[in-house]
Write a protein that binds this ligand. Structure first.
Ligand code: PLP
Length: 447
């Protein structure tokens, strides 16, 4: 026994006493014991007792290439020894320049301008500040309202939480209300009985048009949407939804911000989902998470040439005063480059496209359980939502599955009456089966 290592009980005690975790329940924030993860490899995590778990949520929808990659450690270490930091204000670096070019090549259309951030929230923050800057620059200071969607999640900075449509995620905080409007729930599972998905889609598109008419197109600067609304319950839009909302935005000169923080970097089998999956070229794409597979924090806001042109005035050197000490951090950029190289050389996007039908078939098969109200997903994304039976009782499906699956060696991400999945993209067919076999046993147990 290494006498210098603190005892596990001490670690738990220090953690509970001194560490404030995200989304702490403030009735008794010191009372909650977080699982202490010891190590990880591939799609598996181990806790301090040596128990192994499949990482169903892939960290927080981010660990695309899986854990324990020596190549990542080497690339990170090498960059640390070559150049761990330099100011992005006054200097630039090889990894950030290469990564910017790479992202510009990957992004659709004329999205050629990359602003590096510290994660997804700051990428969204940057996108909204871009809308503000552009419209101030163009002499239309009123055109700034951002239309967002109920249940959408865009992050935890002031602006990103302001456009987040999950009330629970911002209750007791002050947010920007003057410049944000929300479209009603876009989940087809909640459509009126007997209403077709097509009619529901028409209604949702009409909601956007009506809101623009109500607020006045001259006051609306942007529309922000996740290609698949992820934290809000993996809500997959029906055919045509994004194309039609995108066209409406074009018609009214409203910038379309596609928040690809989850859907980027292979989750749906493509670098980005906007163009490849949903057929639209947004004005701005925000991304993070899978950009480094969670090995280090990094995000990016990718802006179109046409927006950049409208932000530029040769006669006025106004500063786009947006940025962070750790913008374009060279070590994080080196991690992103190695991560992208792994995704490319191991053909992981092709792997996702080939495996997704099996993953989705196993997911759909869970409908047979009475306790399940809906299942939905795309690519290697999935969600199980509890039905009427779980709404009647005290406990919701998320918490029930969380507890039983954990015992069986699978971590799920509970979201009230839902559990969501986004395993590492390197998951094999046999591991997908292992995951869904556990889920079936767990659903049997809680049914
Ligand atoms: N946007 C989306 C769609 C997200 O899912 C998230 C995080 O889950 C964010 C933005 C915020 O990203 P971060 O937590 O890296 O700030």
């Amino acid at each position: 026994l290494d006498r210098n290592l603190p005892a596990t009980e001490d670690l738990h005690d220090w953690d509970r006493t001194h560490q404030l975790h995200p989304w702490a329940a403030m009735d008794d924030w010191r009372g909650y014991d977080h699982m202490m993860v010891d190590s990880a490899k591939g799609i598996y995590l181990w806790d301090g007792t040596g128990k192994r778990f499949i990482d169903g949520p892939g960290g927080m929808w981010c660990v695309q290439i899986g854990y324990g990659r020596r190549e990542m450690a080497d690339a990170i270490a090498e960059q640390v020894m070559t150049l761990p930091y330099t100011s992005p204000w006054t200097t630039t670096t090889e990894p950030s320049a290469i990564l910017a070019k790479k992202l510009a090549d990957m992004a659709p259309g004329d999205l050629n301008n990359v602003f590096f951030t510290t994660g997804g929230s700051t990428a969204v923050d940057t996108a909204i500040r871009t809308v503000h800057f552009m419209n101030n620059r163009l002499g239309r200071p009123d055109k700034k309202i951002v239309i967002a969607r109920e249940k959408g999640y865009h992050g935890s900075t002031y602006l990103a939480s302001s456009v987040t449509g999950k009330e629970r995620d911002k209750s007791r905080f002050d947010v920007e209300k003057r410049l944000v409007r929300f479209l009603p729930d876009v989940n087809p599972y909640r459509r009126a009985e007997g209403q077709s998905v097509e009619a529901w889609c028409d209604e949702k598109v009409a909601d956007l048009e009506a809101m623009i008419a109500e607020v006045g197109a001259e006051n609306v600067g942007a529309f922000i949407a996740e290609p698949i609304l992820c934290s809000g319950g993996v809500i997959v839009p029906p055919e045509g939804y994004h194309k039609r909302t995108h066209e409406i935005c074009r018609k009214h000169d409203i910038l379309y911000i596609s928040d690809e923080v989850v859907t980027g970097f292979g989750r749906l089998g493509h670098w980005f989902a906007s163009q490849e999956v949903f057929g639209i070229t947004p004005d701005i794409i925000t991304c993070a998470k899978g950009l480094t597979s969670g090995y280090l924090p990094l995000g990016a806001c990718i802006i179109s040439d046409s927006v950049m042109e409208r932000m530029t005035d040769p006669d006025d050197a106004a500063l786009f005063a947006n940025g962070y000490t750790y913008s374009a951090h060279p070590v994080c950029c080196a991690a992103a480059l190695k991560n992208i190289e792994i995704l490319e050389t191991e053909n992981i996007l092709e792997h996702v496209r080939a495996l997704a039908p099996h993953f989705q078939k196993r997911l759909q098969a869970l409908r047979r359980f009475d306790i399940v109200g809906d299942v939905r997903g795309m690519g290697l994304l999935g969600c199980i939502e509890g039905g009427a039976k779980t709404l009647a009782g005290e406990r919701r499906l998320g918490a029930m599955l969380d507890e039983v699956c954990e015992e069986m060696g699978l971590l799920v991400r509970p979201l009230i009456n839902m559990a969501v999945f986004s395993p590492p993209l390197v998951i094999t067919r046999a591991e997908v089966d292992e995951m869904f076999d556990i889920l079936e046993r767990a659903l049997e147990e809680v049914s």
